[in-house]
Design a protein. Structure first.
Length: 279
């Protein structure tokens, strides 16, 4: 009974809220490092990003971390909603002299609203990119145009560093199976495997002639919301876990503030760069 009560208590929920929140901060850091490749303008920018996307969707260890991330997002959201409801029920009548602006920062009083906006962003973000990468049967494969003898020819890039002439696929000498695998049409033997072109999808999304600017603005707004959420949430997570030492409090607080500014800012720079600068 005591164990059950502990798991259902507000204290336990705050522990889980803190742990899942800090884990998601680690995820944000890793995700950002990979996405920063989109700021590259080199000739191999698309290849490097697509190699990163392939690694993130096929490596067994990364897959395990991905499932932990999905679970953490869901648990963090549900736990936040439950804690908000419990706090409301615990104090149904506002104090006569209630001056929240004097005692707490705006972000701390609106964590549920900020979290809801972020959750909506995550869902739409996953539908636009993650779902297409995993399930879209029309997901394009990365190609490159090479000029030989004055005649440009288009090739599919393959994961072994080679090429498959696109003309062979169109003429039926080679067929594509399982969305990325090239097979000899006659012998039905796998020849090579191509890259899903997530780079092309991402660039096209933010450069769309009609909605690209809207997507860019909404993405930037979402990163501002994320910044406010992290501004309070990072330090609060350590407090919930009992890491409350005068010797380290200042360091944690300052690091949390820097993290809440730098990480969302760098994320926001990416769509702005793609829409306005990338050729």
């Amino acid at each position: 009974m005591a164990k059950s009560a502990l798991l259902k208590s507000s204290l336990a929920k705050k522990y889980w809220m803190a742990l899942t929140g800090l884990f998601l901060c680690l995820f944000l850091t890793g995700h950002l490092l990979g996405n920063l490749q989109l700021l590259s303008t080199g000739e191999n920018a698309a290849l490097h990003f697509n190699q990163y996307a392939l690694f993130m969707t096929t490596n067994p260890a990364v897959k395990v971390l991905s499932y932990l991330t999905y679970i953490s997002i869901i648990f963090h959201a549900i736990d936040g909603i439950i804690l908000t409801v419990q706090n409301k029920k615990a104090r149904p009548i506002n104090y006569v002299m209630n001056r929240p602006g004097k005692n707490t920062i705006w972000a701390s009083r609106n964590m549920a609203v900020l979290g809801t906006v972020i959750l909506v962003f995550i869902v739409t973000h996953m539908v636009s990119f993650w779902a297409r990468m995993h399930f879209d049967k029309d997901m394009p494969l990365q190609t490159v145009t090479i000029t030989a003898g004055g005649m440009p020819q288009e090739f599919y890039l393959t994961t072994d560093g080679g090429y498959v002439p696109k003309g062979q696929v169109l003429q039926g000498a080679v067929v594509i199976k399982n969305r990325t695998e090239f097979y000899d049409a006659a012998a039905n033997v796998k020849i090579k495997e191509g890259y899903k072109d997530l780079y092309k999808i991402t660039v096209a999304f933010f450069k769309d002639a009609k909605l690209g600017l809207v997507y860019t603005i909404l993405y930037v707004i979402s990163m501002v919301v994320l910044g406010f959420h992290l501004f309070h949430g990072f330090g609060s997570a350590f407090q919930s876990l009992g890491a409350n030492n005068p010797k380290y409090n200042g360091l944690i607080k300052n690091f949390g503030k820097a993290f809440a500014i730098v990480v969302p800012l760098l994320f926001a720079v990416i769509p702005v760069f793609i829409h306005f600068i990338l050729k």
